[in-house]
Ligand binder design. Sequence first.
Ligand SMILES: CC/C=C\C/C=C\C/C=C\CC/C=C/CC(=O)SCCNC(=O)CCNC(=O)[C@H](O)C(C)(C)COP(=O)(O)OP(=O)(O)OC[C@H]1O[C@@H](n2cnc3c(N)ncnc32)[C@H](O)[C@@H]1OP(=O)(O)O
Length: 277
Amino acid sequence: MLSRLSPLAQRTISPRLLSNAQRTLVNISYPSPKIAVLELDRPPVNSLSLEMSAKIVESIKEIESNPEVQAMVLKSSNPKIFSAGLDITEMNRPTVARLEDFWRNIQTLFLTLYSTRLSTIASIDGHSPAGGCLLAMSCDYRIMSATPSYKIGLNETKLGIAAPYWLKDLFVTTIGYREAEVGLALGKLYSPKEALEIKLVDELVDSPVIDVALKRADEWASIPEKGRVASKVMLRGAMIQDLEEKREMDVGWFRDFIMEEGVQKGIEGYLKNLSKK
Ligand SMILES: CC/C=C\C/C=C\C/C=C\CC/C=C/CC(=O)SCCNC(=O)CCNC(=O)[C@H](O)C(C)(C)COP(=O)(O)OP(=O)(O)OC[C@H]1O[C@@H](n2cnc3c(N)ncnc32)[C@H](O)[C@@H]1OP(=O)(O)O
């Protein structure tokens, strides 16, 4: 534990040497009274473990609890990865109890981010596959770096798994039925230019993404809260209510799907290839 180190060591230790157990996983800052910045900080790739999802939810609630704050920018501390999505190791030979708990936390993360009263701006300065794309799509507005090598999309089928029904719904709502049908089947990862064309992101920028994200956050924060939140509820309420009603059924689908031997073999193989790269 970091707290067991001497005060001098605590002051001088490089943040790069901190293990994830010692990290806060996310950082919150307030560039102005109405704006919060929530920075994902789980090296190496900001993957969403059970603890990471719980921490993001706790942080959103902390930010929401200040009535002055109107907008939140979601960004990454990693200069080339927004989030690599779900922590695949959570799905690799898990215990049933941990797997179910993990999924409940992922559902809560989606429900919390998608339904927050805050205006949410995703500042996507790097790769954003699968669960990373889920985080981005759950925000109200998405700005991505124009760097051509970055990728965003839902690549689940490439791992031998399927996106859950509510993530499929979110994808369809964001980019339309036909594009979602092709994108999901092929596990397609889009370049920033392609993502803009299909409206998976709203804006591409060459300058630091965070600068533009903060400007947009200012604009969204200037809209009176009552009407803005009422329109958000009108547009997002049905999907939120639907998942609220089916949460335990969805946990069951996820558990049964992931625990299948064939799926386990696929996940194992995918993880091996990732570490071999
Ligand atoms: C009919 C249906 C019925 C029911 C369905 C019900 C439910 C649905 C079921 C399942 C749904 C599950 C949903 C899943 C959504 C997801 O998010 S799955 C995760 C998908 N993510 C990815 O595929 C991304 C993989 N990562 C990458 O492509 C690259 O890492 C990335 C481009 C992000 C960065 O590249 P680079 O900078 O080169 O880094 P490395 O690749 O070298 O990675 C560094 C180390 O990090 C490890 N790592 C990478 N990604 C993950 C991850 N997502 N989880 C865990 N670990 C990851 C990587 O192995 C390296 O580790 P090492 O240093 O080698 O130890």
